[in-house]
Design a binder for this molecule. Structure first.
Ligand SMILES: NC(=O)c1ccc[n+]([C@@H]2O[C@H](COP(=O)([O-])OP(=O)(O)OC[C@H]3O[C@@H](n4cnc5c(N)ncnc54)[C@H](OP(=O)(O)O)[C@@H]3O)[C@@H](O)[C@H]2O)c1
Length: 278
C-alpha cells in the first residue's frame, strides 16, 4: 500500500537518497526542506503542522547535529507536533557513540509512536558531498585524530536501511547501529582517493587546537567550530566508536558497501578532479 512519507533533510546526503528510493517504489514523498512549499525549517516550528498534514511516517534527520545545544528541545517539540498530527511512525537518523544524540533518541523512543532509530558511523560522503571535499580538491588535507580508525558507512547503505525500516513493521522498536566493514584512518582515506583519481593529495596530521585556529582564521562560525571540536573529541575520540557493527547485514541481509567501491564510483563522477576556483 502506498504510504505518505515526509523525508526531513530530503535534499541532504541520506534524505535525498531515501526520497528517491521511496518515490521509485511508488510512495507519496514530501521533501522536508527550507526551499520546498510548504517549507520545513528546524528554526521555524510554526510551519511544522502544515508540513505534517496528511503524512503517516517521517524520516527525521536533524540539522546540523543531534549533539548541538537546542537539538533536544527541537526534537521534543517535533515529536509533540507529530503526535498531534496523527503520525504513525518516526525513523530517526542518529550518530553512533554520541551521548547527546542518545538523549534525543529517548524522546522518539518514549513518544508512544512506532519508531526505529538508525545510529550511523561517519559517512563516506563527507569526503565528496560535505566538509572534507574542499581540502581534497585543494590537494592538502590537514586534520587532527590521525590515529583514529573510523568504520565509515555509505549513505547509499543508510538509505537502503532507512527505506526498509520506514516500510516494514518488523523494525518497530529497534535501534540499528550502522558501520562499514573496514577501519580507515584519515591518511588511508586520502591515500585511496589520491590513487583512484591519479592526483597528488597530501595528508598532514595536526593538533585539534591548530585545526581550531585554522577554522577561526577562515571565518568559520563559532557554533560550527564547537560542533567540529565535539565531533573530533567526543565522537572520534570515543573508543566505543572504533567498533564494527552488523546493522546493515541485519536489516538488508547483505554486506555494507566497501570504502574502495565508494571511492572508485565517486572518482568516476569526476567530482574529485574539479578545478578549484580561487
Ligand atoms: N555526516 C555524518 O558523517 C553523520 C554521521 C552520523 C550521523 N549524522 C547525522 O545525520 C544528520 C544529517 O547530517 P548530514 O551531515 O548528513 O547533513 P545532510 O543530511 O547532508 O543535511 C544537509 C541538509 O540540511 C538541511 N538543513 C540545514 N539547515 C536546516 C534547517 N534549519 N532546517 C531544516 N533543514 C536544514 C539542508 O536542507 P535545505 O537547504 O534543503 O533546507 C540540507 O539539504 C545529522 O543529524 C547528523 O548528526 C551525520
Amino acid at each position: 500500500m502506498k504510504k505518505n512519507i515526509l523525508v526531513l533533510g530530503g535534499k541532504g546526503k541520506t534524505g535525498r537518497r531515501v526520497a528517491e528510493r521511496l518515490t521509485q517504489k511508488g510512495h507519496n514523498v514530501r521533501i522536508g526542506s527550507r526551499s520546498e512549499n510548504p517549507a520545513f525549517d528546524w528554526d521555524k516550528p510554526a510551519g511544522w503542522p502544515t508540513v505534517l498534514e496528511g503524512i503517516e511516517r517521517v524520516y527525521i534527520t536533524y540539522q546540523p547535529d543531534l549533539a548541538v545545544p537546542g537539538a533536544k528541545e527541537a526534537i521534543e517539540a517535533f515529536v509533540k507536533v507529530a503526535k498531534e498530527k496523527g503520525i504513525q511512525k518516526l525513523v530517526l537518523l542518529s550518530g553512533k557513540g554520541e551521548i547527546e544524540a542518545e538523549r534525543c533518541e529517548q524522546l522518539v523512543i518514549n513518544s508512544g509512536l512506532d519508531y526505529t532509530v538508525i545510529r550511523a558511523s561517519w559517512f563516506n560522503q563527507n569526503f565528496s558531498e560535505s566538509f572534507f571535499l574542499e581540502p581534497i580538491l585543494a590537494g592538502h588535507v590537514a586534520l587532527p585524530q590521525d590515529k583514529v580508525k573510523v568504520p565509515y558507512v555509505d549513505a547509499e547503505d543508510i538509505a537502503d536501511v532507512a527505506v526498509d525500516v520506514l516500510l516494514n513493521e518488523r523494525h518497530n522498536g529497534r535501534i540499528y547501529e550502522l558501520t562499514g566493514s573496514r577501519f580507515l584512518t584519515f591518511k588511508d582515506v586520502v591515500h585511496e582517493i589520491a590513487e583512484a583519481t591519479g592526483r597528488d593529495i597530501q595528508f598532514t596530521a595536526i593538533s585539534l587546537p591548530a585545526y581550531t585556529k585554522m577554522m577561526e582564521e577562515h571565518g568559520i562560525p563559532s557554533d560550527y567550530i564547537w560542533l567540529i571540536n565535539y565531533l573530533f573529541t567526543e565522537v572520534l575520540g570515543n573508543d566505543n566508536n572504533q567498533v564494527i557493527t552488523h546493522g546493515i547485514e541485519e536489516v538488508l541481509g547483505r554486506k555494507p558497501k566497501d570504502f574502495s567501491d565508494y571511492v572508485r564510483e565517486t572518482a568516476a563522477t569526476g567530482i574529485w578532479n574539479q578545478k578549484v576556483h580561487v
